[in-house]
Design a protein around this ligand. Structure first.
Ligand code: ZN
Length: 273
């Protein structure tokens, strides 16, 4: 039985129009399945936020946040209402955010990359269970960001033992990705020699091999050292499990904001569902 992974799909966030602001609460059922919405959070609070400057100093701005979820299909919405006094000044507006909470499994070939990354961040050992295609996509995305370059996914139809092509200007670096299913397995010399064959055949001076195995064998490392010493290649990078996870984790710092960050008051709130 594979681990279940939950993620938010179809996230929409927008400002509400005046009429919607006044009547949003009239829809109290899920738009997908009609189930009455379950209110999981309702936070009235005083607010002197970014729009406060437009108001006179003696005016009190109030905001309210309501979070509701459909217990049948996991659709949810968060409504933030900000108002000083709509009828007096018209300074009222709202933010409307909604999405669907979906569940998939870690070995799914269709799990969104964002959800997979989030999950692996907290469960690195689960990389052994992910779909090999997802491992290639993940490696592609990580290398692209790490080197700020174009990386192409070659796919299974590409012959010649290359999974990815990293492109920096005129220079092309072939990358082989191995999603091993066990941490104890060491990545042997064969994958390294296969890559050397590709380099010789296609005239590449650089290469990378990425594996989920914990380490490369001595023979694999030794062959790479000899190749580099001979001057017939410029770089040949061996990226093992630890290094791969390091790259994966290092990118979270500048990751685009997560769904939960979009609704800070709910941090912890969804954990109690
Ligand atoms: Zn529903």
């Amino acid at each position: 039985m594979s681990d279940a992974v939950q993620y938010y799909d179809y996230l929409h966030e927008r400002k509400m129009g005046d009429w919607e602001y006044m009547f949003w609460h009239l829809t109290e059922t899920c738009p997908y399945c009609g189930t009455p919405l379950n209110c999981i959070k309702s936070v009235p609070y005083g607010y002197d936020g970014e729009y406060g400057k437009e108001l006179a100093s003696n005016e009190q701005t109030l905001a309210k946040l309501i979070a509701e979820i459909c217990n049948t299909c996991q659709w949810w919405r968060v409504v933030e209402l900000i108002s000083d006094d709509f009828w007096k000044s018209g300074h009222s507006f709202g933010h409307y955010t909604h999405a669907v909470l979906k569940t998939t499994t870690i070995d799914s070939a269709s799990i969104p990359l964002d959800a997979l990354e989030d999950y692996l961040k907290n469960n690195p050992d689960k990389v052994y269970n992910i779909h090999y295609k997802k491992m290639e996509e993940l490696a592609c995305s990580i290398i692209r960001e790490q080197y700020m370059c174009d990386v192409q996914l070659c796919g299974r139809s590409h012959d010649g033992g290359i999974d990815l092509l990293m492109i920096v200007g005129e220079e092309i670096t072939p990358i082989q990705v191995k999603r091993r299913m066990s941490p104890s397995r060491r990545e042997g010399v064969s994958v390294v020699r296969e890559m050397m064959g590709v380099m010789l055949r296609d005239g590449y001076r650089n290469a990378k091999v990425i594996t989920t195995a914990e380490k490369f064998t001595y023979d694999a490392i030794n062959d790479v050292s000899k190749l580099l010493a001979s001057g017939r290649a410029d770089t040949f990078e061996l990226i093992d499990f630890g290094m791969f996870m390091g790259l994966l984790k290092s990118r979270y710092g500048n990751q685009k904001k997560s769904y939960l960050d979009a609704i800070p008051l709910l941090l912890g709130g969804f954990g109690t569902i």
